[in-house]
Ligand binder design. Structure first.
Ligand code: F6P
Length: 541
């Protein structure tokens, strides 16, 4: 479907991927207005890419030809689009409005969603007020979320992002099975004042189960077995396994197999966030995601932010051949957004078979490498490669119009200036002639000018997208995350892959389980020569 369009876009990509962005702007004074889109105060600026009217028309045609609108509607309607696992994909139901009716296999799931949300709110507000108390009747001052992957990154990222709204107990997160993680968190805490939330969709993940058991022992050693009931809560789809762990039903919050782990921050997995910022703010966060869902469902494709964002991703990956993208939030509180989007994007779209299990075309590239750090820090670390390295890596900048620190307005002005300067520098570059002129103006002798000019030249024509918003509040954060979720969806729909399974994580887990006895005891028990040498050496270091 859309093969003709695909080849036409390949031809455009071959011709345009190194197009002069200076020239593109010079040719079209309205370029910013024509190649940016917004919904309310959320702006997607893709003018600093080589996308021109013909490219955009081709990409929008491709989205139609690949059935993106129909695939989107099937997801929202609860169809079993996660075909390998025969599951619906309904993280959107978790933020749907009060009137929504969404059926899975003929059953409206919304009453269950609302009932669970009500229980979560009662629990979160109880912990915040102290009415849900520790074993000694005192207040919880600290909560520790034990989970990994989707049961960790969402709450970690959102809690940090919404720090200005954090008025509940302190929140801590333990994910890594490395004992250092648990140890370093626990050493700051008083068991009498600490509530643990064990978050695991499957309640089998070895890292989480190991950390949860160790945390339980720490608590029991200090307060005795009887305190476990008051100091532990759980979030999972596997209620039987939670019960077997010893966490009471009234402290257990469920979700459903139609919520993927990396899409689960809207569910009970968001409990630490709700305890940190309160139920009302959490509702604003959900409302933001709902606003983006409505926009994604109803805006025409050419004005639809997730569709445009996805199409630009496809343009860069498939038609320009760029292997990666850098996520650069100029917003310190989004420091963990790159890690969060890494899971969302790479676990969803790092795929090599088609959604129906058949082969993908051999030369079809799917998800790119996603990485990043907040600006301005990254500027002093790895931007050298973005500006002068041999690979072109499209950048994605995020910037708020307004910070949360009006008393530090100078800081925000510097942040904005740096963000805008970087996208301008990447796009414009600096020619040798310009570098020469600058050095001459600085009064350097001619031989120094000639020597230094090549070092000080930049190729330019490095594309970037900027996402701008008024202020990072719960509503906007909800919109931003949903924007990224739907962008991943659009790309997967075009590539014809299933964004909602993750079989690629299994092999490593199986091998680790098989290796564990040998690591603990006898290296010769390892049959595989790929590992035997290294394990033996490790034991002797
Ligand atoms: O191993 C990958 C994965 O299954 C992720 O998809 C998931 O978010 C994470 O592990 C944690 O899984 P669980 O919530 O079941 O512990």
């Amino acid at each position: 479907m859309g093969e003709g369009r695909w080849s036409a876009l390949e031809a455009l990509g071959a011709e345009r991927k190194n197009a002069s962005l200076r020239q593109i702007f010079a040719d079209d004074p309205q370029r910013f207005e024509r190649f940016s889109a917004r919904t309310d105060d959320l702006l997607l600026d893709y003018s600093k890419t080589a996308v021109t009217a013909d490219v955009l028309a081709g990409l929008l045609g491709l989205a139609e030809a690949r059935g993106v609108p129909g695939q989107r509607d099937a997801m929202f309607a609860g169809a079993a689009i996660n075909r390998s696992e025969n599951r619906a994909v309904l993280h959107t139901a978790l933020r749907a409005g009060p009137e929504a009716v969404i059926t899975v296999k003929g059953i409206d799931v919304m009453p269950l969603v609302r009932a669970t949300q009500a229980r979560l709110e009662t629990f979160a507000e109880g912990v915040r007020s102290g009415s849900i108390a520790a074993a000694d009747g005192g207040r919880f001052t600290d909560i520790v979320n034990i989970g990994i992957g989707g049961s960790d990154l969402g709450p970690v990222m959102v809690t940090l992002a919404l720090a200005p709204y954090h008025d509940g107990p302190r929140a801590h997160f333990v994910s890594n099975v490395d004992g250092a993680h648990l140890t370093d968190v626990l050493k700051t805490l008083d068991p009498k004042r600490t509530l643990f939330i064990v978050a695991s969709k499957t309640f089998t993940t070895i890292e989480t189960m190991t950390n949860a058991q160790s945390a339980r022992r720490w608590l029991v050693a200090a307060l005795g077995e009887a305190a476990v009931g008051a100091h532990f809560a759980a979030v999972s789809t596997a209620l039987d396994k939670v019960a077997a762990f010893g966490i009471a039903a009234e402290r257990t919050f469920g979700f459903w197999d139609w919520v993927g782990g990396r899409y689960s921050v809207w569910s009970a997995v968001g409990l630490p966030v709700m305890i940190a910022i309160g139920a009302k703010r959490f509702q604003e966060f959900l409302a933001g995601a709902r606003a983006m869902d409505t926009h994604f469902r109803t805006a025409p494709l050419e004005k639809n932010l997730p569709v445009l964002f996805g199409l630009i991703g496809v343009w860069h990956r498939n038609f320009c051949g760029f292997p990666a993208r850098a996520l650069l939030p100029y917003d310190q509180r989004l420091a963990r957004l790159p890690a969060y989007v890494q899971q969302l994007d790479m676990e969803s779209n790092g795929k090599h078979v088609a959604a129906d299990g058949g082969p993908l075309p051999a030369d079809l590239k799917t998800g790119p490498l996603v990485w990043g750090e907040p600006g301005t820090n990254g500027q002093h670390a790895f931007y050298q490669l973005l500006h002068q390295g041999r690979d072109v890596i499209p950048a994605e900048f995020l910037i708020a119009a307004e910070g949360h620190e009006p008393e530090l307005a100078e800081h925000h002005a510097l942040l904005v200036a740096n963000c805008l300067a970087q996208s301008e520098a990447l796009a414009k570059g600096r020619t040798v002639a310009e570098a020469t002129a600058q050095l001459q103006k600085a009064g350097l002798p001619p031989e120094e000018v000639a020597r230094l000019a090549p070092y000080k030249s930049f190729p330019g024509n490095r594309p970037s997208v900027t996402i701008a918003y008024r202020k990072l509040d719960p509503f906007t954060l909800g919109r931003l995350i949903a924007l990224y979720e739907h962008r991943v969806f659009v790309e997967a729909a075009i590539w014809g892959i299933n964004a909602f399974d993750q079989w690629g994580v299994e092999l490593g887990k199986e091998l680790a389980t098989a290796l564990l006895p040998a690591v603990k005891a006898e290296p010769d028990a390892v049959a595989d020569p790929l590992t035997r040498g290294l394990l033996g050496a490790l034991r002797k270091l």
